[in-house]
Write a protein that binds this ligand. Structure first.
Ligand code: ZN
Ligand code: ZN
Length: 324
């Protein structure tokens, strides 16, 4: 399914089977000589077929279509390797590109899973990896990424798109911004009816601090149209940014309140937080959702630590949080 949402910019809806995100919005910007495709979908047949069909119907010459990957998550980066040709490039930030380069090795996932187990995740390394969509649907091959820096320009058709680094959701999340027309291709930095996951990675244990700074950075831009990567479009981007900040302030309060009841690890704290997930209770959360929830709780706890409100102690290999 696709539609021209702005002149020369097409939204291609790539289905994400079994993901609560449902669909990835891939954006095709058609130029005179070259085109740019922003984000791709998972490396799985349903995504590949949908993208292939849309590009074919839109009569896009794939040998002239470069890729811009907003961030390393496999629902955005998964098909870049499969769709790239000898005459096209895949652009992304250095920080995320460096992680993607090792992201399809088992060693990377073992390191990440071991971290989450130190956050309290009740799982073995093997089981944790097996259930994680990032491991299951990652890139088919190591792609020769072209790193782009803050402020770098893509001039395509009527659009002058500049790279804006927005770390937080991932260490090197990057948006594209058309200043004159007030257009932001936002990736997962800002979403409409869901809140982007903020969870620690192998580079940074306090991603929430970065994320809040990135929200402020984007809030200073002239935003008329924000093209999000999932689900509903934004009606009022600045109001949405305020809502996202308020959401994290509430989450910080919630996590703090739980720690005041008893010292606990992030997994235990996550089990008592409120989640917008279709599962009866914590025990019925799918394994991958428990991983994400634990990471999200840990990110908020790390931010509370940064604020001097809680401290953590490593006990039997697991971090427990205490009120200061
Ligand atoms: Zn993402
Ligand atoms: Zn996403």
């Amino acid at each position: 399914m696709y539609e021209e949402i702005l002149r020369g910019i097409w939204r291609i809806q790539v289905p994400l089977p079994r993901s609560p995100l449902k669909v990835l919005n891939s954006y095709l910007i058609k130029g005179d000589s070259r085109h740019l495709l922003v984000d791709t979908g998972f490396n799985r047949p349903e995504c590949r077929e949908a993208l292939e069909q849309a590009l074919q119907e839109l009569a896009v010459d794939r040998s002239k279509t470069d890729f811009f990957i907003t961030h390393l998550h496999s629902d955005h980066s998964g098909l870049a390797g499969a769709f790239k040709t000898d005459t096209t490039k895949v652009f992304c930030s250095r920080a995320d590109g460096q992680i993607m380069r090792v992201g399809n090795t088992r060693a990377y996932w073992e390191e990440l899973a071991a971290r989450y187990i130190s956050y309290g995740l009740r799982s073995t390394i093997d089981d944790a990896i097996r259930h994680h969509p990032g491991f299951r649907f990652h890139e088919s091959e190591v792609v020769d990424y072209h790193y782009v820096e803050e402020g770098e320009l893509f001039a395509i058709g009527d659009y002058q798109l500049r790279c804006v680094l927005t770390p937080g959701h991932t260490p090197g999340h990057m948006c594209l911004y058309e200043a004159e027309k007030g257009i932001l291709l936002a990736g997962d930095h800002i979403l409409g009816d869901i809140t982007p996951v903020i969870s620690p990675d192998i580079v940074n244990e306090d991603p929430l601090s970065l994320y809040l700074q990135s929200l402020d950075k984007v809030d200073r831009l002239n935003l008329r149209t924000v093209l999000v990567a999932h689900r509903k479009m934004l009606e009022d981007p600045h109001q949405r940014i305020a809502e996202l900040k308020a959401h994290h302030a509430r989450r910080l309060d919630e996590a703090y309140r739980i720690v005041t009841q008893a010292p606990q690890d992030a997994y235990e704290i996550a089990s008592q937080m409120t989640w917008d997930i279709r599962a009866r209770d914590w025990e019925n959360f799918p394994a991958a959702q428990k991983w994400f929830a634990t990471g999200e709780a840990f990110a908020h706890l790390q931010h509370l630590r940064q604020l001097g409100k809680v401290e953590r102690r490593l006990e039997n290999g697991i971090y427990r949080f205490y009120v200061v």
